[in-house]
Design a protein around this ligand. Structure first.
Ligand code: NAD
Length: 269
C-alpha cells in the first residue's frame, strides 16, 4: 500500500546492478530501508551479494541475489527474469555496474577501451532497455507509485569533467548522459521516469588505489572537504526513485561535494 510519506518505497520491487559492493550495495540497502524488496545483482562470485542480502534481511527487509553480466544481452534478460520470479514485477531499476581500466592514450589497448564501453555504456543500454520493457509489461500500480517505473543510471562527474588517462571511462559516462536524456524524452509520456546520479569521489573499491596514493590531491578537488561515502549516493538515489521526486524527469543529480564547481578556479580564474 502507498505510504503517506512520499520518500517511502513500500510495496515496490527494485533491481540494482553491481550491487555486491560500493555504491550499488549502499543503494540496495537504502532502497530496502525505504521499504522496497531488492534484487542484488552480482557478476562473479555470489558471496558478497549474499552478504548484502543477509544484511537487508537482518534489518527486516526482503532481498534476493541475482547473477548476470550487464554487458551480455542474454544474461541481462535472465537476471530480470530471476529478479521478477523472486520479487514480482519491478518498479525500480538502477543501472550501476561499472569498471575502470585506466591508461595513457598511447598505452590504452582496444581491449581496455572495449571492456569499459561494454560494461559502462552498453550495459546501461541493455539494462535500461530491459527495464523499460518490464515496466510496460507490468502496467501502472498507482497504489504504490505515481510513476509506471523509475530507471536511474549511475553516471559520474566525468559525464562533464574531462579526464585525461581515463578516456574510455569519461567517454562511456558522457554517453550515459545522452542515453539517459534521450531515453527520458522517449518514455516520459508513458509515466516512466529516467534520471541519473553523478557521484564525485566516493570511497569504494573502484578508486581504492587512487585514494591510497593520492588522497590529499583528490581532496583539493572537493570544496566540501571530504571523500564521499557510498551512503551519500544511496540516500540520494533512494529519494530520486521515490514519489518525493516524482516531477524529476531526465535530470542528473550531482552528488559530488562541489567537485563540479571546478575549485581550481577559486582565486585563479
Ligand atoms: P565498485 O567497484 O565497488 O562497484 C562496481 C560494481 O560493478 C562491482 O560490484 C562489480 O562487481 C560490478 N560489475 C562490474 N562489471 C560488471 C558486469 N559486467 N556485470 C555486473 N556487475 C558488474 O565501485 P563503485 O564506485 O561502487 O562503482 C559503482 C558505479 O559508480 C560505477 O558505475 C562507477 O562508474 C560509478 N561511480 C563511482 C564513483 C566513485 O568515486 N566511486 C564516482 C562516480 C561514479
Amino acid at each position: 500500500m502507498a505510504s503517506t510519506d512520499p520518500t517511502r518505497l513500500g510495496g515496490q520491487a527494485a533491481l540494482v546492478t553491481g550491487a555486491s559492493s560500493g555504491i550499488g550495495r549502499a543503494s540496495a540497502i537504502a532502497f530496502a530501508a525505504a521499504g522496497a524488496a531488492v534484487a542484488v545483482n552480482y557478476r562473479g562470485s555470489p558471496d558478497e551479494a549474499d552478504a548484502v542480502v543477509a544484511e537487508i534481511e537482518k534489518a527486516g527487509g526482503r532481498a534476493v541475489a541475482v547473477q548476470g553480466d550487464v554487458s551480455k544481452e542474454d544474461e541481462v534478460a535472465a537476471m530480470f527474469d530471476e529478479a521478477e520470479k523472486a520479487l514480482g514485477p519491478l518498479d525500480i531499476v538502477m543501472s550501476n555496474a561499472g569498471i575502470q581500466k585506466d591508461a595513457r592514450i598511447g598505452e590504452m589497448s582496444l581491449d581496455h577501451w572495449n571492456a569499459v564501453i561494454a560494461v559502462n555504456l552498453t550495459g546501461g543500454f541493455l539494462v535500461g532497455r530491459e527495464a523499460i520493457k518490464r515496466f510496460r509489461a507490468k502496467g501502472r500500480r498507482p497504489d504504490v507509485s505515481r510513476a509506471l517505473g523509475k530507471l536511474v543510471f549511475d553516471s559520474s562527474v566525468h559525464q562533464i569533467i574531462p579526464w585525461a588517462f581515463h578516456v574510455n571511462y569519461a567517454a562511456a559516462k558522457g554517453g550515459i548522459h545522452m542515453l539517459m536524456q534521450s531515453l527520458a524524452q522517449e518514455v516520459a509520456e508513458e509515466g516512466i521516469r529516467v534520471n541519473a546520479v553523478a557521484p564525485g569521489a566516493i570511497a569504494t573499491a573502484i578508486n581504492a588505489e587512487e585514494r591510497k596514493d593520492n588522497e590529499a590531491e583528490m581532496l583539493k578537488l572537493i570544496p566540501y572537504g571530504r571523500i564521499g561515502d557510498p551512503q551519500d549516493i544511496g540516500r540520494v538515489v533512494s529519494w530520486l526513485v521515490s514519489d518525493a521526486a516524482d516531477y524529476i524527469v531526465g535530470q542528473t543529480i550531482f552528488a559530488d561535494g562541489g567537485m563540479t564547481l571546478y575549485p581550481g578556479f577559486r582565486g585563479n580564474g
